[in-house]
Design a protein around this ligand. Structure first.
Ligand SMILES: NC(=O)C1=CN([C@@H]2O[C@H](COP(=O)(O)OP(=O)(O)OC[C@H]3O[C@@H](n4cnc5c(N)ncnc54)[C@H](OP(=O)(O)O)[C@@H]3O)[C@@H](O)[C@H]2O)C=CC1
Ligand SMILES: O=C(O)C1=N[C@H](C(=O)O)C[C@H](O)C1
Length: 324
């Protein structure tokens, strides 16, 4: 049996250590101090203004805070839904009042934001029910965007993003270590397709009660495991949303019922003699918020270097060495 477990209740903080340059050959590896100096100068030359939709939501707010923590300019305007928050007019992010804009007013707001914040990068953490419309809107407005929102019609979303010719990072998972796990599974599937043929896959994902859709991360991991020979359908992913099961069976700490993502992927051989369990348990949201800032900086860099490739996922960001 092989158990791979990751558990984090604390996010990374501190000054970003970004490196967008090509890694040097082994003999010329720079010292950590050189890396840091180089990273800081890269940061200084690349500080795109960042707009986060929606700062009223849990992930949007956490990401906007991470933008401020990274010393980047947060655009003090955020699109939101039609809830009562709009009537309040603004939401505070690390002491910055961010003006809320109703969907009906977003085009005129977008035009003034574009004029006022050249080099702008948009981040979307909204809802599965609106993500397609938002992506079509960003595409029409020709703005580079990072989409962390899951669900919606993913095929259409990717088609719209590609057709727009915009630069974009689109991924259901922004947490560095989870992205590394996803990348490892993809590599395993590429090198050893069918290695788990005949195995039975069981997947459980537990999230806060309000999460409407099935975890986008779980769906992506299931797609990789299918290439390894153990396919299941999306309906077979077990969604856990009730607090008592979460605390008693899954081990979610009570204080994280309102923000957690516990995923377990169990592969069992046909005769039941061999079992593999992959698990990643995340409490809170800072791991995703920090990764999203990395994605926005990566994207600004891609725009600046006029990269031919325009649509990326978080594995691309990780591979570029652009995650702190
Ligand atoms: N990629 C990743 O690593 C992660 C992805 N996620 C994903 O992010 C998404 C958001 O999650 P979470 O923050 O928990 O959800 P929340 O429900 O807390 O936030 C969603 C926000 O979207 C706003 N909204 C609704 N309609 C619109 C619209 N038309 N334009 C702009 N904003 C709108 C809502 O505002 P209102 O209340 O006014 O309707 C609300 O503030 C989910 O899809 C989730 O799966 C979450 C964590 C990590
Ligand atoms: O809604 C969340 O919270 C999360 N959503 C993403 C997903 O659907 O996979 C990532 C993480 O699980 C948290």
């Amino acid at each position: 049996m092989n158990v791979l477990t990751g558990h984090t209740c604390h996010g990374a903080t501190g000054w970003p250590k970004l490196n967008f340059t090509t890694l040097p050959c082994h003999q010329h590896q720079p010292s950590p101090r050189q890396y840091r100096r180089r990273s800081l100068s890269t940061m200084a030359s690349l500080s795109p203004p960042i707009m986060v939709n929606s700062c009223t939501g849990k992930m949007g707010h956490a990401t906007a805070e991470a933008v401020v923590r990274a010393g980047l300019q947060l655009v003090p305007i955020s699109f939101t839904g039609a809830s009562e928050a709009v009537a309040v007019g603004n939401v505070g992010v690390s002491g910055i009042p961010v003006e809320l804009v109703h969907p009906g007013e977003r085009q005129s707001a977008m035009e003034s934001v574009k004029a006022q914040y050249p080099g702008l990068v948009l981040i979307d953490f909204t809802l599965p029910s609106v993500v397609n419309d938002n992506v079509a809107f960003y595409a029409r407005n020709k703005i580079p965007f990072v989409v962390g929102t899951t669900g919606g019609d993913r095929e259409k979303l990717m088609q719209d993003a590609r057709a727009s010719n915009c630069y974009a990072v689109i991924a259901p998972q922004m947490g560095k270590q989870v992205v590394a796990f996803q990348a490892t599974l993809e590599l395993m599937a590429k090198e050893f397709p069918g290695a788990f043929s005949g195995y039975k896959l069981e997947v459980t994902e537990s999230h806060q009660r309000q999460k409407a859709d099935t975890s986008g991360t779980a769906k992506a991991v299931v797609a990789s495991i299918a290439k390894l020979g153990a396919p299941i359908t999306e309906d077979e992913i077990v969604k856990v949303r009730d607090a008592s099961t979460q605390m008693e069976s899954i081990g979610v700490p009570e204080e994280h019922l309102s923000g957690h993502a516990f995923h377990t992927y169990r592969l069992t051989s046909a005769d039941g003699n061999v079992e593999f369990v992959f698990q990643h348990n995340v409490c809170g949201r800072s791991i995703y918020a920090e990764g999203t800032v990395d994605a926005a900086l990566f994207l600004a860099n891609k725009v600046q270097e006029k990269s031919e490739q325009r649509i990326f996922d978080m594995i691309d960001v990780l591979k570029a060495g652009a995650m702190r």
